[in-house]
Design a protein around this ligand. Sequence first.
Ligand code: PMP
Ligand code: GLN
Length: 377
Amino acid sequence: MKVSVFERMSALATKHGAVNLGQGFPDFGWPPEILEAAAAALRNGSNQYPPSRGLAELRAAVANHYSRHQSLALTAEEICVTSGATEALGASILATVAPGDEVILLTPAYDSYAPMVRRAGGTPAEVALRPPNWRVERQLIEAAVSPKTRAIIFNNPHNPTGRLFDLEELQTIADLAKQHDLVVISDEVWEHVVLGERHFTPLASLPGMAERVIKIGSAGKIFSLTGWKVGWIAASPDLAGVVARAHQFLTFSTAPNLQVAVAYGLTEGDAWLDPMRQRFARACNRMTEGLRAGGYEVLEAASTYFLCVDLDASGIAVSDEEFAIAAVEQAGVAVVPLSAFAEENACRHLVRLCFGKKDETIDAGVAAMLKAKEIFS
Ligand code: PMP
Ligand code: GLN
């Protein structure tokens, strides 16, 4: 397995003292109350192995949260807590993909999907989304389905493009999954990081999908605490059961004091969500305007902490990888080359920047991006 682009770019950012707009983590905005809840739980003795599937209070809190925010009718039996969404993805893939199976990925795709599918003995079948619109095209996915196809890994809102897929696109995924009897691993970690007035719809809410979707969530994204690594899957009792059995042998369980705090946050923290979205929307505008003023072509982002810059259209005639290395080594800013998320060529002129930062970080990052532009002009 190759070294993850996030590890590689963060190490280069540290080495060169660069502003880190590569790996996606916010440097502001987490609710202090949730930190207190975690500290109190730790002092109150929540420190031994919790049940493998997660503390009952967190499983109930996740189910209730989705019932309030997304009208999903889930019970605690349909939730399994994992150590971040990364483990949820690994457990879901190990639970559903057998040697010889094919798994459809829409690229650019989050970097853990393809290596984990391969390790499970499966073969990724990549379907390329095309910039700048990144639309899900029914014919392209249909053409990638074979008798061996077992699952689709779908990611909405989408990292790295910042796209929020519309209802027609969700319906396409749902129709194909039902028609070909596929499981959909639906990575919805960015469900609350949706900018402006846009509305997120979970795939499992479409007719006939509750029994075939494994929905993945992450407290790291909901509370801007990415290092906590508390995630979960939500699925029908049968599917949740097989994922929970894979999870037993990956991590078995997840830090109980953090589970107590996340249960508190999901139950009491609804009022934190809108201000968070507004902060990220402001940050996105600030970075977009700064980059555009400096002559960069920026693709529109509707969700996540990420925006993409089109190097070609910005007059920079080098690959994303070459630009990223020069930017971190010579201009003082780390970005992520989009080719890290796809094996084919469609993304070689794009880099991803994390805008989920304080004003001064954004301004320093934009200034360094302008310096990077000069290197290639
Ligand atoms: N899936 C996607 C699409 C992500 O963007 C991320 C993290 N940025 C993850 C999974 C991993 O989440 P976690 O940190 O909870 O493991
Ligand atoms: N998901 C984060 C991103 O997309 C990084 C997570 C990680 O470092 N594995 O940037």
